[in-house]
Design a protein around this ligand. Structure first.
Ligand SMILES: Cc1cc2nc3c(=O)[nH]c(=O)nc-3n(C[C@H](O)[C@H](O)[C@H](O)COP(=O)(O)O)c2cc1C
Length: 195
């Protein structure tokens, strides 16, 4: 691929990636997973710390269990929020939208800028997924439970914190549009006399 073609495909992924919330049964295979993780670790990383580590879960029963525990925690905290109560109380609602693959991007606790590094890795992973015809979605609602009651059960040691849970899978339907406001430019400061 030429450099021009490469940059066009990067822009294409940036503009067309959307959060996907309906997945086909087709499993993400090992080779594809490895490509996603390799793309994730190309992200910029402060002081070249590379503080990330990954947990990959491809077990429908475990994903449902994580969803149920998360929903119970969210319900406890959603007191008074009728909308949230309605969504999280529905037994059929799976916070992972029945995706077959959940990737937890974890960061080594105490590393400076660890959250930034992990989220940059997450965006890389999601853009790579889009380029490979996969859908993805961040599931931030699971972070508290993953770092709380589920952490030990998942074998995540104390020296790591889950930052970015991302589901991945083959989309079952077209993504809905998700328009953005124009960038809010607070200032554009130029040197005096510059064009
Ligand atoms: C930090 C973070 C947490 C998110 N958590 C959830 C979530 O728990 N569940 C969900 O369905 N989407 C979640 N999303 C996806 C956003 O809703 C989505 O990115 C936003 O609506 C813009 O849509 P787009 O990704 O299709 O452009 C999260 C996104 C981010 C960045």
């Amino acid at each position: 691929m030429t450099m021009q073609g490469l940059s066009t495909s990067v822009l294409n992924a940036i503009y067309h990636r959307r959060s996907i919330r309906a997945y086909a049964a087709r499993e993400v295979d090992e080779d594809t997973l490895q490509q996603l993780l390799k793309a994730a670790v190309q992200a910029p990383t402060a002081r070249h710390a590379e503080p990330w580590a990954f947990v990959v879960i491809q077990d429908a029963a475990l994903l449902e269990h994580i969803s149920d525990i998360t929903k119970a925690g969210l319900l406890r905290r959603a007191e008074g929020d009728a909308n949230a109560l309605g969504v999280f109380a529905a037994p059929e609602f799976n916070i992972f939208y029945d995706a077959g693959t959940l990737i937890l991007i974890c960061g080594r606790t105490q590393t400076p800028f660890v959250a930034a590094d992990c989220w940059l890795a997450a965006e890389n992973l999601m853009l790579a997924a889009h380029a490979m015809d996969l859908g993805s979605c961040v599931i931030g609602s699971a972070v508290d439970a993953l770092n709380g009651e589920l952490k030990e059960e998942l074998g995540i040691t104390a020296d790591f914190t889950v930052h970015a849970p991302v589901i991945v899978g083959y989309p079952r339907e077209e993504a809905t549009t998700s328009p953005r406001k124009p960038p809010l430019l607070l200032k554009h400061i130029k040197a005096a006399g510059a064009a």
